[in-house]
Design a protein around this ligand. Sequence first.
Ligand code: HAM
Length: 419
Amino acid sequence: MSTFQAPKGTYDLLPPRSATFLAVREAISAPLRNSGYGYVETPGFENVELFSRGVGESTDIVSKEMYTLTTKGGDQLALRPEGTASVLRAALQGNLHKLGGLPVKLWYSGSYYRYERAQAGRYRHFSQVGAEAIGAEDPALDAELIILADQAYRSLGLRNFRILLNSLGDKECRPVYREALQAFLRGLDLDEDTVRRAEINPLRVLDDKRESVQKQLVGAPMLRDYLCDACKTYHEEVRALVTAAGVVFEDDEKLVRGLDYYTRTTFEFVHDGLGSQSAVGGGGRYDGLSEMIGGPALPSVGWALGVDRTVLALEAEGVALDIPAATSVFAVALGAAKPVLFGLVTELRRAGVAADISYGGKGLKGAMKDANRSGARFALVAGDRDLEEGVVQLKDMQSGEQTPVALADVVDAVRAKLA
Ligand code: HAM
C-alpha cells in the first residue's frame, strides 16, 4: 500500500467492478440517446454564485456541502454539486435556446461533489447520468423523462424500485400554501433548528424523518389542497401519460426535494434494498431556474440518476450484468515466437478483434494463467517448432480443443470462430 489513500467519502473504481459502472452509464444513457437527447459536457467547477442562486442559498447542498475555492486570480469557484444549473448555464451561454426547436434536450454523465457525512451510499464524490429538457412547458415532456428513467432501470434488470410523484405548485399557488404551512408550523413545539428551517423552507419540515416531528404534522395543510387549477390540470396530464405508458408510480404529497429550483412536477426513484440512502435518482420541473440565473423564461424539466447507488441497487437485488469478457483472443508466445505473435495480436486488434498477449517473459504455465484470467474465448499458442511449420495453435479455452492454423490465415480463422 502507498502512503496515500483516497480521500474520505471517495472510492476508486477498479476492475472488474468498474465494468459495471460503465455498463450502468451506458444503460441509463441509451434510452436518452434514443429519444432526441444530445450529449453535453460542462466543466467540473463553476462560479459559486451559479449554485447559490440556482440550487438555493438555504439548501444543505449550498449552505453546507459545497467544495468552494478561491483561485489565484480571485475567482470564487465551486466543484459542481449537481448538473442542472451547469447544463442550463451552458445552454444559455451557447444560445441553444435561440437556434429554434425548443425544447433543447440534453444528457450528461459525470462526477459531482458534495461535502456530506460519508456513509454507505452517500459519498463526497459520486457519479450521475442526467437529462435536461429545456424551454418547453408540456406534460408530455415530464412524462417522457419519467418513462425513460423507468426504461433505463428496467433494462438493467432492476425491479425493486418505486417511483414517487408529486407536484410542488408554481409561483402562483405555492406562496399561498407556504404561508398556510408556516402558520401551522408556528403553533407546534419544535426545536430551534426546525423552527429556523420552517421560516426559510417550511416544505422541508414535512420531510423530517423524526417520529416526534411527524406526530405533530398530522393535520398540516397539504399542498395538494392549495394547487391552482393550472397546476392541477398539468399534474393530472402527467399522471395520465405516465399511467398510459404502463409505468407504475406512487403519489407522494410529502415528496420535497433538496434543491430549491423545483416547480410543479417532482419525482424520486427509490430502491428498497438500500437502507437510508434509498434515492437512486430524482428530478422534476424547474420553470423559474433560467430567470434565477439571469436568462429568459425557459420552463424546463430533468432528472439525474445516481450511478453509485444504481450499482448498489443492482448488488442488493443480486442482478449481475451480462458483461462480455474484455478480451476475445489471448496470445501465449514461447521462445522466439514472441515477435510473431505480437505482430498477429496487432493485426487482430486492427481488424477489430479484442486481443491481448502475455508480457514479462513468462513460461508456458504462467502465460496460460494470464490467458485464463483474461476470460478470452481463444488462445493463440506458438513455440519454435510451430514457427518452423508456419503455424500457430488456436486453442478453444472452453473445450480445450487445439487446431493448427497457418500464420497467414489466423485473422480470418479467429474472426470466423468468433462470429
Ligand atoms: P439529487 O436528488 O440531488 O438531484 O441527485 C440525484 C441522484 O444523485 C440521487 O438520487 C442519488 O442517487 C445521487 N446522489 C446525490 N448525492 C449523492 C451522494 N452524496 N452520494 C451518492 N449519490 C448521490 C440532482 O442532483 C438534480 N440536479 C436532479 C435534476 C436534474 N433535477 C432536474 N434535473
